[in-house]
Write a protein of this length. Sequence first.
Lengths: 389, 305
Amino acid sequence: MNTFTNKLLGGKQGAIGLAVLAAIILVILPLGLDPFRIGMVGKYLTYAFVAVSLVMLWGYGGILSLGQGIFFGLGGYCMAMFLKLEASDPISTKIQTTPGIPDFMDWNQITALPLFWQPFHSFTLTLLAVVLVPTLFAYIIGFAMFKRRVGGVYFAIITQAIALILSILIIGQQGYTGGVNGITDLRTLLGWDIRTDHAKYILYYINAFLLIAVILVSRYILSSKFGMLLLAMRDKEERVRFSGYDVSNFKIFIFCFAALISALGGAMFTLQVGFMSPSFIGIVPSIEMVIFAAVGGRMSLIGAVYGALLVNYGKSVFSETYPELWLYLMGGLFIAVVMFFPNGLAGIYTDLMKKFQSRKTKVAPAPAPVVAAETTEAAVSTEPAGAKA
Amino acid sequence: MFGYSMADIGNIVVMQGFSGLSLFSVLLLMALGLAIIFGQMGVINMAHGEFMTIGAYTTVFLSKLAVKYDIVNYYFVFAIIAAFIVAFIIGYLVEFVLIRHLYKRPLDTLLATWGLSLVMQQIFRSTFGAKEVSAELPQWLLGAFQPTPDIEIPINGVFVMGLAAVVTFGVFLFMFRSRWGLNVRATVQNRVMAGAVGINTKKVDRVTFALGCGIAGVAGAAFTTIASTGPTTGSLYIVDSFMVVVFGGAASLMGTIASAFGIAQAQSILQFFMTSSMGKVSTLLVIVIILMMKPEGLFAAKVRK
């Protein structure tokens, strides 16, 4: 393998991990599940985008954002606005007082489409908005905070407050945003019905391939010089600064990148689930997204996907059958992951592998220094953000 | 402005101002506890709101007992003390079991205490039911007095304000005039050195955390006089309280008071003229923007970084 593919796949270990993940989400799950279940897995996989973004931001960058729901939601709303405009053409909305505008606007006595809705008539502009709006928003927040060296818990609290503001704003401005119900009743994308089983499979595959592409790009970033700097910044920010790097620019970049990934997840969510609402933006969803990454392993891009799948699967199983038990479990999960498994599932897996390997080396004594060098390297790269701080 | 005469606006501002003062008092009590824990120890306690709920439920429980034994007029003072003690003890235990292992990982503390808050909310729901409950208030807390015919000031609001003032003064005495406070401040400034001169820093941590939780319990007792209590009551105030602490400048008592006052007043006056959600949005937005320009808060401690 040449260096480029090596960086992209993250070496032999990374390539195997990715192949297993690809096999599961591209082959095993679609073959084994009915269309309804596939829709649910597709929904969980859109959360995996956010989990991956948090691995980059929190695991490697040491920046805990409690506002990833903002970007997930912005991406989702941009897509939803386009679909809503398509669903409310003058013919199908002719019973309204003002035909041609979304139904919730009509219910709120708004008679003309607001200016910020206008660009969403065009699919190209919508795709641009899905990418640009959250990234720009992240840039503004990141620029204001990181340039003034705000970090750590302050950053977490302020992103949380922004998530709260945005969700209250959307709920309050019912006429412009659809309020607490969100933007619902989305039917077609460029004339193509997104609610059929056939469409569900196609969207699922687009989603899955996009997720794998995002993981590859993230891998590439992490294995480049930037990734090294990111880790160095997390562990000893001052030293990186004294070495002549502008720490804040790197932080702004990684924050924007994380926002972009989350927004892609949000847009795919809208397409697959068929609605978008403020319940994916506020404080609670945003902090739940952190637990996806934490359960999967905050240092593992692949682990984050499994984390998102597992936690959400657990959530839908338990909250249907034992709703009281679910909050205990969720709360316990937060505490247990922090106290006992700071590296999540990926950490447990690496520990098991190490034990397995050391048993092998005991049987047939291999050259010890090589193993030692490997394990220390692994130990350095898998240490959680806070452990050294 | 909005079809009100000047006199109307004056009355509205006074009355909304007083309702803002009730909010201010609860926020201040919440934020005092947080400021001690966050400002002094750097620990983010997302379960702080639940400690307030513990205090509120304690008060409600005692009020039920008081009704049974017909001592409704006197129990409230004891309820405040009991709320403090219960929250203090639970805080002490939480520090011992959970927080002390995480002092070096502030972001992880945040997640762990969030988990704790979820568990506590569910415990409240299973124990006290999902419905909101309210305490039987003593007669002397009910009613309002009217300085002019157009202005009504509820007595419970005045009481809560007085309580907040007393607690604030108590915290001031504790932190700046007592041996304990000296130990706490020494530990914050230089943990290793404080340990070297014989301060038991672990004990200081534990008591400081428990004290912060205890004050949240008092906030809960005060809260029962102005609203009813449900399992998620505390979580509604947690972001506001954090904003108060951060906005005021952590570790500054004056800053906490000033920012609690500003935030509460802005919210309650704006909520009258705008919709309630827009009042809240604009207040929070202004705070976030100010914090982005001045991240150390209003009253930052002047230290070299």
